[in-house]
Write a protein that binds this ligand. Sequence first.
Ligand SMILES: C[S@@+](CC[C@H](N)C(=O)[O-])C[C@H]1O[C@@H](n2cnc3c(N)ncnc32)[C@H](O)[C@@H]1O
Length: 507
Amino acid sequence: MTMLFAATNGTVVTIVVFVILAVVVVGFLGIYLTREKKPSPASDAQGKEELGETLAKEAVPRSPEGVAMQPEGVVALRSEQELRDKYKELRERPGLVRVQAIWAAVYADIDIADYFQEEREFLSENPKVQFERIVIGQDHHMTYLQELTTDHQNLRIFTSPTNLQFELYLCEYAQPVRHMVGVLVVNSALSRLPEFGVLLDGDVDRGLTQFGYTLRNWFESIPKTAVAGTKRTQNVWTRNAREYDEFVHRESELPFLRDFIRQEETLLEDLLTKATQDVTLLEFGSGTGRTLIDFAKRGNLGKVKLFLGLDHSQGMLEVARRKRDKTARNARDRLFFFDLDGAHANRAFWNGQVRLHSSMNDEAQLKRAGFEAGGYERGDRFICCLLNTLGVLDATTREAMLRNMFTAAGDDDSVIISVFDREAFEVYARELYPHIHALVGKDEITDESYDDQLAEFRAGYYYSHWFAKEEIESLVDQSGGKISHEWPIKSGDATIGLFVLAKRDDV
Ligand SMILES: C[S@@+](CC[C@H](N)C(=O)[O-])C[C@H]1O[C@@H](n2cnc3c(N)ncnc32)[C@H](O)[C@@H]1O
């Protein structure tokens, strides 16, 4: 809740930061003071006599889990060079999966051109590390930032209207166990120079990982706007959302599209009607709400109490919400369309649980219809990604999104994926893309747009990959899922797609 308010109010953000910083500094001082009080070897015997060995042991600080804290886990960083070296060292540690950073200071001793060069190399060499940076008051570096974010799909840059005097560098590692390491830096309010940094190393002291998660929650609640280049791929959808809605539906004139959509719907509907208790249908990349809105209107799907769509294209979300708002109340009040990148959806959906962030912004609907997380969590969930949405993502986002679908799933939940079939590409891609050319970019389709070897179509910013059965099977396997059933999707005698039902693999 604190986070919800914080996201809408810059002043409160500052207060939250002070509270977090106070907690960190108090924790740090606690460790430091305890360290200072540690008896010298000479007085040790006397101390033991006075306090008894048990009490002396009690003086060792404890983490929230009751594990003895390691003072080396908290380290002061006192110069720009120390900070920069530490950031570099943190990026080089094995198992790094995510960096979330706030850049708000002015660095006097650091050559910015070198700094960007290093960042560029890091992003190219580590395409699987997700990097998010909130930049505050660095307008003079905007050209560099736009270039960086355009060239690197794994980097997202945001600006924020807040006037934070703190920096954060928060790293998440998957090895040897999942843990967080953060550097929190206080800047001078006058010069904006970094004054003092604290390293909280969750690798040395697992208890500090808790601080890391608190810092992440705060990071995610900061009001922010994506920097232009970041929206490169989503622009295709935002720009063409209306055309998408006009061309892509079950009555399409194109047999390929009509057959695919109708069979996909029937297979999904069959699974939903077999549900024995209340369910939520959660769609990753829900677009203009084609499936969710239509299903919410169907009388035979009363067991589905919630229809949740996630998409990160503003244009697609707007069309979906506008259509939703025009439907009858019974359908409307079960439909929510959230602004969320599927590659980062684990912040909100994990293990059958949900935590909505205000940045997911379907506020008017949340107020009007109310959203009860308990309802979502008590029932079962069907988590789907339809109409070859996996194919329009670059490989890194695809893997992250699929992994997040399984992360979102609880024990009995179903994960459903439907994709276009690689074998059908040569013939059917040449029918599909000219038919939906308004979505692709009117004059951009040429012979070079089709790569039959890779089963990939590219025109302008539009990209789509069609999948071999084995490819999907191995993707599911790598993402923590196991397939329970597969159905071919047909147009006449030809197989044009694959509809897959999977479960989480660890149950
Ligand atoms: C091919 S459309 C499919 C839309 C919808 N599922 C349907 O069946 O009509 C792909 C959708 O995925 C969305 N998308 C692309 N990348 C995404 C991401 N990383 N996170 C969430 N949505 C994404 C696009 O904005 C677009 O709405």
